[in-house]
Design a protein around this ligand. Structure first.
Ligand code: ZN
Length: 465
């Protein structure tokens, strides 16, 4: 810890903190975001007009600032807030230009938005514990807001805060410059990381291995999918026809849909972050200096069937890679990415190709090697950089960890889940389940005469099939 005085290498990390605001504060915050949206739209319109007249667009930050001064104030938005919108525009324009020069497809900013995030850099906002004062236009009353949880960075490390609206809720994205920790790591120790759906991370080092279970993430995704399907089935006929204006009720429904979607996304991302922290903690314990991540880029280029296509696209593998590399970098671990193709279907002992196992168990047909499929993948990934196990067997010491929170039994979406699947113990409060049963019983207990007739017959047919 104390060694960072000598290695003042910093990385920037951003955490999102929910804002707890009164209605009046919320109105003012949304006012700021709306003003930023107006400013954004004005930028787009200005440059479109210039394009029509054959003039070059104004994209440099300095030039935009001059234009802004000529335009005048933007609602309650302070000069700092307004300039952050200009910086956002300028940055995205130059980012698009850079990608275009490299021949990659990229579009210049052209979409108007109702709400645009406003960023306030260091020394323009004020922190007082959980309270934050956001700058507003001169002459307006001070705007103080409260964060729903403590800001996870020390106050002197915070560099910027960004006011964001996500599905009707206000958030503060807090960016801090945090020092890289210097753990006692061995740069010759290389570990491989295999990304997966069943196990978000499988890590193999020389002497030990780690498997992080993604059961909670899968349960959450499953319930979310069932919930959305049920919702769609019920509301599809009420949807406005193309060209028709949605009713107020429909708009409320859409807003609800987006909130549910956002909550699901947050839960999955949170679980990914937990899993990544566990991998980094394991790596620090094992003194691993280099983490090799098997990059699954291009996994969606071929058609894998209706169900599996959806599964792969909802896996959020980019977030998995990003969460792990961010945390590893902060812990001083070197992160490399390699192509993961074929790593889970190659025998680590005799290097022969094996048909991809359908279950979790990897069996080599040529030699007698057996092992966990995800750990085999991780061992092969480590071997691409000369790391991983030195012997022909996987490490016998395998740590198991879990990530995320399994949806609660009283989760409203559980009923849909129970309807679709034969459950030995339906969630409590189930419409045609066990009245008064709250806990989980043994399978024998479900055959009591009080159980629903329909349930019992369904169970029997399922047993036969
Ligand atoms: Zn083999």
């Amino acid at each position: 810890m104390e060694s960072y005085e000598f290695h003042p290498r910093l990385v920037h990390r951003t955490a999102r903190v929910r804002l707890r605001v009164t209605r009046h504060q919320a109105d003012r915050c949304f006012g700021l975001l709306r003003s930023a949206g107006d400013l954004w739209a004005w930028l787009l319109d200005t440059n479109r007009e210039r394009l029509v007249q054959g003039a070059a667009p104004i994209v440099g930050y300095q030039a935009l600032c001059r234009e802004l001064t000529a335009r005048g104030p933007a609602g309650e938005l302070s000069v700092v807030g307004a300039r952050s919108v200009l910086a956002r525009y300028s940055d995205s324009w130059f980012a698009a230009a850079k990608r275009r020069r490299k021949g990659e497809p990229a579009g210049f900013p052209r979409r108007k938005r109702l709400l645009v995030p406003v960023r306030f850099h260091h020394q323009t906002f004020q922190l007082d514990g959980r309270r934050v004062r956001l700058p507003v236009a001169r002459g307006r009353p001070a705007l103080w807001v409260r964060t729903a949880r403590p800001i996870p960075y020390p106050a002197d490390r915070i560099r910027a805060v960004t006011l964001v609206a996500d599905c009707g809720q206000l958030w503060l994205a807090v960016t801090a410059a945090v020092p890289i920790h210097h753990h006692d790591l061995d740069p010759r120790q290389v570990a491989g990381v295999d990304l997966g759906i069943i196990h978000p991370y499988a890590v193999v080092a020389e002497h030990a291995a780690l498997l992080v279970s993604g059961r909670a993430i899968r349960a959450e995704s499953f319930l979310h999918l069932r919930d959305q399907q049920a919702r769609q089935a019920k509301t599809a006929r009420r949807a406005p026809k193309p060209g028709q204006h949605g009713s107020r009720r429909w708009r409320r429904y859409r807003a609800r849909l987006r909130r549910v979607e956002a909550r699901h996304r947050r839960r999955v991302h949170q679980a990914h972050h937990q899993a990544a922290s566990q991998v980094v903690a394991f790596a620090v314990r094992q003194r691993i200096g280099v983490l090799v991540i098997g990059d699954p880029t291009g996994i969606t280029t071929h058609d894998a069937g209706r169900v599996h296509n959806r599964r792969l696209r909802q896996w959020r593998r980019t977030h998995l890679v990003q969460a792990l590399s961010d945390k590893a970098e902060q812990a001083g671990i070197d992160v490399r990415r390699v192509d993961e193709r074929g790593t889970s279907s190659t025998c680590p002992a005799c290097r022969r190709r094996v048909p991809k196992p359908s279950g979790r168990r990897f069996r080599c047909l040529a030699c007698t090697f057996q092992g966990h499929r995800d750990l085999v993948g991780a061992a092969n990934i480590a071997a691409t950089l000369g790391g991983g196990t030195t012997s022909a067997t996987l490490p016998t010491l395998v740590e198991h960890r879990r990530a995320g929170i399994v949806p609660a039994r009283r989760d409203r979406r559980r009923h849909l889940h129970d309807q679709r699947r034969r459950r030995s113990c339906p969630a409590s409060g189930h419409p045609d389940g066990h009245k008064g049963s709250s806990g989980c019983h043994s399978p024998h207990a479900t055959t009591d005469p009080a159980s629903d007739e329909d349930q019992a017959t369904r169970r029997n047919t399922a047993n036969v099939a």
